[in-house]
Design a protein around this ligand. Structure first.
Ligand code: ATP
Ligand code: MG
Length: 371
């Protein structure tokens, strides 16, 4: 069976240990410090939190996912859902049901996964001022059995709410008194997370200790990957490992996706070599090319020229005269305008001292197609 997992939280055997970060997180959780976990997409923030808390035998996790949350009602329902999921995990009798009968909660069994699912009456609106009450319900579980860790993942999406500032103020007002419970706020869209934690006008200004999650240690992650291949009687050379890590710019989720494709295009007892890399990339392109073609449709000629230049010559100095000459763009100001548009479209992003493609496979596709 393909041992490589991507696009999901990885746990246990699928999680490559990150000892320094795990230790740091454990000690902060033990002293109930609120944390702000930040990192680029697919670097392993959610997995790190999950795995670390599950290794802490005493603590229990309430995990609230705010990805694409749009309204106050949606936010509150996600909090209720997180509490319900938690109660399922600890075999609780569904306190959430008793307290929230007005939301007409219904449990049904999902026909595909056969797991129980919770539905709340969509027609019952929830107001932001129900938030403290729901937070009370959640935190009432603290120490009932074991201490709690409460996680708000993709926290930046709370800014989508029309009453974002008020909601943040209400949340902060409540959380600041819950000094025994560590709250962890994780998010990946840097500017929006910064707005919440580093802007003096924000209710959450300096309210949590920042922890940066970067790429995994290259040597440990490479041996984790090569062990997975070896356990499946396949062997990968150091050169190919380096090639994969370079193509994927060290991003764990993309590396696992690439390894998964390499697994699919090779067989038992194969040694994975350079030739397999392009076959694996073709496989990824086959899955993703519709999305790539859509990008080509929405960008202008100038933006396309810039993408092509960034793919070929890198994004360290796109306004330099060398880059302008190589990519055939006349003026630095045109590069700036096109770059802003590509950033808005989430095609490229600024990382340390360079501009990078959000999806490294899109870059590889542009190169493979000679675009
Ligand atoms: N410690 C790890 N060991 C092995 N693979 C990992 C690890 N951390 C992350 N990954 C890989 O990255 C993928 C994404 O992980 P995760 O969802 O935890 O990242 P994230 O930073 O929360 O991503 P997002 O920004 O999309 O929420 C996983 O499915 C897995 O392929
Ligand atoms: Mg995540």
């Amino acid at each position: 069976m393909n041992p490589f997992k991507y696009g999901q939280i990885v746990k246990g055997e699928d999680f490559c240990r990150r000892e320094t970060l795990e230790k740091q997180l454990i000690s902060e959780i033990r002293r109930a410090q609120n944390l702000y976990i930040q990192g680029e997409r697919r670097t392993g923030k959610s997995s790190l939190i999950y795995e670390t808390v599950s290794r802490l035998k005493k603590h229990r996790l309430i995990y609230i996912d705010l990805l694409e949350v749009k309204t106050a009602t949606d936010l509150l329902k996600r909090m209720i859902y997180a509490l319900w999921t938690y109660e399922q995990g600890v075999g609780g009798l569904g306190q959430v049901f008793k307290k929230l009968v007005h939301l007409r909660p219904v449990i049904s069994v999902d026909p595909v996964s056969t797991l129980p699912t919770l539905t709340l009456d969509a027609s019952v609106p929830l107001k932001p001022d129900s938030l403290p009450g729901i937070l009370d319900l959640i935190t009432a579980n603290h120490l009932k059995t074991r201490p709690l860790v409460v996680v708000f993942d993709e926290f930046q999406d709370i800014l989508n709410l029309s009453q974002a500032a008020e909601t943040l103020a209400m949340l902060r007002g409540k959380i600041q008194f819950l000094t025994e419970i560590p709250f962890i706020f994780a998010g990946s869209v840097r500017n929006r997370m910064d707005h919440i934690f580093s802007n003096p006008d924000s209710a959450f200004f300096k309210s949590a200790l920042p922890i940066q999650v970067g790429a995994l240690d290259r040597t440990s992650f490479q041996s984790f990957i090569s062990d997975k291949f070896e356990n499946g009687q396949r062997f990968i050379t150091q050169e190919v490992l380096n090639e994969i890590f370079d193509i994927c710019c060290g991003i764990p989720g993309d590396i696992q996706q690439m390894c998964s494709a390499l697994w699919e295009v090779t067989s038992h007892r194969n040694t994975i070599e350079h030739e397999h890399v392009s076959v694996a990339l073709e496989r990824i392109f086959a899955h993703e090319s519709k999305g790539y073609e859509t990008i080509l449709k929405v960008v202008s000629g100038q933006q396309l020229q810039l993408m092509s230049g960034l793919a070929r010559f890198g994004g360290k100095a796109p306004t330099s005269s060398v880059f302008l000459q190589q990519s055939g763009i006349r003026q630095a100001s045109s590069v700036r305008t096109a770059l802003n548009r590509l950033i808005d479209l989430k095609i490229v992003f600024h990382y340390e001292d360079e501009y990078r493609f959000v999806n490294p496979f899109f870059r590889a596709w542009l190169l493979a197609k000679g675009i």
